[in-house]
Design a protein. Structure first.
Length: 159
């Protein structure tokens, strides 16, 4: 009886391991879509975002990118960081006008089927704001955050 139980446990363990490996395999449709959209990508690393979406992190044109695809291979979003000099003048004008005194901590471009936005993380003292601005300078989204000085964590003021 002990041998039967041991054999069952070993078979179950191998079965679970096989299932776990299969869930990490990127679907062929996703890889094909990725390769068509980003033929010059290097250092590609895949992660499963959730049951319906895959994310590729990769390098291209000297920058680090991330791109999300549905499990069926449909492109959802691409994000990449940019330096301050790369921020378009319309976006800079909005930042100067609406967020005077804030320092740009991080800037990235987010592209979806709906278009492109510039996601900017701003800081002023213990205040932090994340703002999305369209290429023509319109504020699309604004989220205020507050730094927790004790732990260095952020708290969302919009909750």
């Amino acid at each position: 009886m002990k041998n039967l139980f041991l054999m069952f446990a070993v078979v179950a363990m191998f079965s679970l391991n096989a299932c776990a490996q299969k869930s990490k395999e990127v679907p062929a449709k996703v890889k094909t879509s990725f390769n068509q959209k980003f033929p010059d990508a290097t250092r590609i690393k895949w992660d499963k975002e959730n049951a319906k979406e895959w994310e590729a992190e990769f390098k291209m044109n000297g920058k680090e990118y991330s791109a999300n695809f549905s499990a069926e291979g449909t492109w959802k979003e691409t994000e990449y960081e940019i330096e301050n000099p790369e921020i378009p003048s319309n976006v800079k004008n909005t930042l100067d006008t609406e967020f005077a005194g804030y320092k740009i901590e991080e800037a990235e471009v987010s592209e979806t089927v709906e278009g492109k936005v510039f996601e900017i993380q701003l800081e002023k003292g213990d205040k932090e704001i994340e703002v999305a601005i369209s290429p023509d300078g319109k504020i699309v989204k604004k989220e205020a955050k507050k730094k927790n000085k004790e732990e260095g964590d952020e708290e969302n003021d919009n909750d």
